[in-house]
Write a protein that binds this ligand. Structure first.
Ligand code: NAD
Ligand code: IPM
Ligand code: MN
Length: 356
């Protein structure tokens, strides 16, 4: 890649373990760019609680401008008890910055894959035979629903509104259908259509698209409570899952531990404008922050998703995924997976694997 076509990346380390896993991910990015002759520039910007500590705003204007001018954005994690306490006194929430970032970038489709690392089925809390060959993709709607509806908050009454328009459902469901077509051709749409009007609209949009454009795909509709059960009982029965914002948030944390730990799970958030947002699905993990013990694999694998989805560098993405797999397969495990290896040791081994 030439200088003129250098990829501009904005990194937002955020709070808690965010800076630790961002350092790991950016170290791997730098090595992979050297190996594959990719020219990148990475600029770090303040975001989340760290930005609130500055001028009170979790998503300052200069950070927003940098994100909008970037080719891709990488986020560590935001939030923590310090800012929860301040928010109870009327202060801003770091999480509000994250929602504003997703909205500003227009990243309406959040891809959250989970797969087991072959030979490491024993890391799962489930029986090994349930996990063998596990490879599922949750496509979570990310810029609508309860997260973005009208909100009223009083002393004795509070209200959150869940609203979806047909076009918001259609665009994310189309991405899920396309992903299913690239994979095994099965799509599970998860909703609560026995209760919620938005879910009934969701279901009808899925059926319309299925009939009109994706009749080759096998579609099932599953109610969210039953889906939560089935993810544990028979996770291998899922291929691509598509669901609305809140259900996707909850089910993706559940799915992530099937492979062993939320620390392994990456994500890519994509939208109409071409710019992607890449973040591990975990939070700021205040209980382990600052100790160099967080699992950086989800963050590192988010860099692989960035290379694949934003820059079309498929070989570089696969090289990172293989290096993480080989590191884990050697038994180099962080504490969440029962090991004793630190964040930086794990990252160093991934980098060694990339060189070999
Ligand atoms: P969390 O994901 O931060 O932590 C849940 C549990 O998983 C903790 O025990 C933690 O130690 C562990 N864990 C998470 N990531 C890990 C990793 N990489 N390696 C090893 N262990 C890991 O969720 P929480 O505790 O509910 O939330 C903490 C804060 O993070 C809250 O303020 C929440 O709003 C925020 N949050 C932010 C994001 C984000 O920035 N994308 C996502 C989720 C939660
Ligand atoms: C996630 C997080 C966020 C979400 C929070 C921190 C707003 O849990 O990225 O999964 O609910 O989307
Ligand atoms: Mn979440």
């Amino acid at each position: 890649m030439t200088e003129e076509s250098a990829c501009k990346i904005v990194a937002l380390p955020g709070d808690g373990i965010g800076p630790e896993v961002t350092d790991a991910a950016m170290a791997v990015l730098s090595v992979i760019c050297n190996r594959f002759d990719l020219t990148i520039s990475v600029d770090h910007h303040i975001f989340g609680g760290a930005a609130i500590d500055g001028d009170g705003d979790p998503f300052p204007d200069e950070t927003k401008e940098a994100c909008l001018a970037a080719d891709a954005v990488f986020l560590g994690a935001v939030g923590g008890p310090k800012w929860d306490a301040a928010a109870r006194q009327g202060g801003a929430r770091p999480e509000a910055g994250l929602l504003a970032l997703r909205k500003a970038l227009g990243t309406f489709a959040n891809l959250r894959p989970t797969r087991n690392v072959p030979g490491l089925e024993h890391l799962s809390p489930l029986r090994e035979e349930l996990i063998e060959g596990l490879d599922l993709l949750i496509v979570r709607e990310l810029t609508g629903g309860l997260y973005f509806g009208d909100r009223q908050e009083g002393q004795d009454v509070a209200e959150d509104t869940c609203r979806y328009e047909r076009h918001e459902i259609e665009r994310v469901v189309r991405i899920a259908f396309e992903a299913a077509r690239e994979r095994t051709g099965r799509l599970a749409s998860i909703d609560k259509a026995n209760v919620l009007a938005t879910s009934r609209l969701w279901r009808s949009v899925v059926d319309d698209l299925h009939r009109e454009e994706f009749s080759d795909i096998e579609v099932s509709h599953i109610l969210v409570d039953a889906a939560a059960m089935k993810l544990i009982q028979d996770p291998g029965s899922f291929d691509v899952i598509v669901t609305e914002n809140l259900f996707g948030d909850i089910l993706s944390d559940e799915a992530s531990v099937l492979a062993g730990s939320i620390g392994l799970a990456p994500s890519a958030s994509l939208g109409g404008k071409g710019r992607g947002l890449y973040e591990p699905i975990h939070g700021s993990a205040p209980d382990i922050a600052g100790q160099n013990i967080a699992n950086p694999a989800g963050a590192i694998l988010s860099v692989a998703m960035m290379l694949r989805h934003s820059f079309g560098s498929f070989e570089a993405a696969i090289a990172i995924e293989d290096a993480v797999d080989r590191t884990l397969a050697k038994g180099i495990l962080t504490a969440d997976l029962g090991g004793e290896v630190g964040t930086s040791e794990f990252t160093d081994e991934v980098i060694r694997q990339l060189a070999s």
